[in-house]
Design a protein around this ligand. Structure first.
Ligand code: DC
Length: 218
């Protein structure tokens, strides 16, 4: 059985907090797949890539991702650029980039390859399509939701913006994520759907951890 837990959901629904806590509790690494989209979009913007250049960059040795239980880091030409990736301009650019089917399709095998080195220990994968497209056979799939205003408040805190401003851009990114033709951010049929607004972070991780114990016989 694949030792994979997928945690999908819309922006700021609490996926990273849950995945990080789960990763610590299980001792499994955590891969926040959003960092891949953010990193690629950031480099593409900086280098003004054409579609062809993007596709060859994906296959190059110029980038790498390092997983820890605290963060997923994106390196470009040996430098950790992760701190630059979490800002409003990249939220928008990554959302646009990730709605382009050729990029998504090319990045499927790239993301799947992250499991192999961790297949004995297990891997927590977080994103939008981890349970639907990347690992549809994952034994445990979570889909997180949270009310729009709560998600906006959460991101406003992280980005030092007002919730009002965030709410506007969040709406258009949600729509793009949910309505794109390929790999939309929708719950996998067999997912456990949880509203993160109804629980504390520790209640939420306990629920999923218990589920993991019975699923993976831990
Ligand atoms: O989870 P995040 O906010 O770091 O994701 C950044 C962007 O990448 C966001 O616009 C959605 C997109 N994304 C995606 O389309 N599929 C994934 N598996 C992960 C992220």
């Amino acid at each position: 059985m694949e030792k994979i837990i997928t945690v999908d959901g819309l922006a700021s629904s609490g996926k990273s907090t849950l995945s990080q806590n789960l990763s610590k509790k299980l001792g499994w690494p955590w891969f926040s797949t959003g960092v891949l989209y953010r990193g690629m979009a950031y480099v593409g913007l900086k280098e003004n890539f054409t579609e062809k250049e993007y596709l060859s960059f994906f296959k190059s040795q110029d980038w790498s991702i390092q997983l820890t239980d605290l963060k997923s880091l994106f390196f470009y030409r040996g430098k950790d650029i992760s701190p630059q990736l979490y800002q409003p301009a990249i939220d928008e650019k990554a959302s646009l980039f990730s709605s382009h089917p050729p990029y998504r399709k090319a990045l499927i095998s790239v993301q799947r390859a992250f499991y192999k080195p961790h297949s004995e220990k297990g891997l927590v994968l977080e994103g939008r399509d981890c349970g639907t497209v990347l690992f549809p056979s994952a034994p445990l799939k979570i889909f997180l939701t949270a009310p729009d205003d709560r998600r906006a408040k959460r991101r406003a805190r992280d980005r030092k913006e007002t919730a009002q401003v965030i709410l506007q851009s969040q709406k258009s990114r949600d729509q793009r994520d949910q309505e794109r033709s390929f790999a939309p951010a929708v719950p996998p049929e067999d997912a456990l759907c949880l509203d993160s607004g109804k629980y504390t972070a520790s209640q939420l991780v306990d629920i999923v951890y218990q589920k993991a114990q019975t699923t993976f016989l831990l």
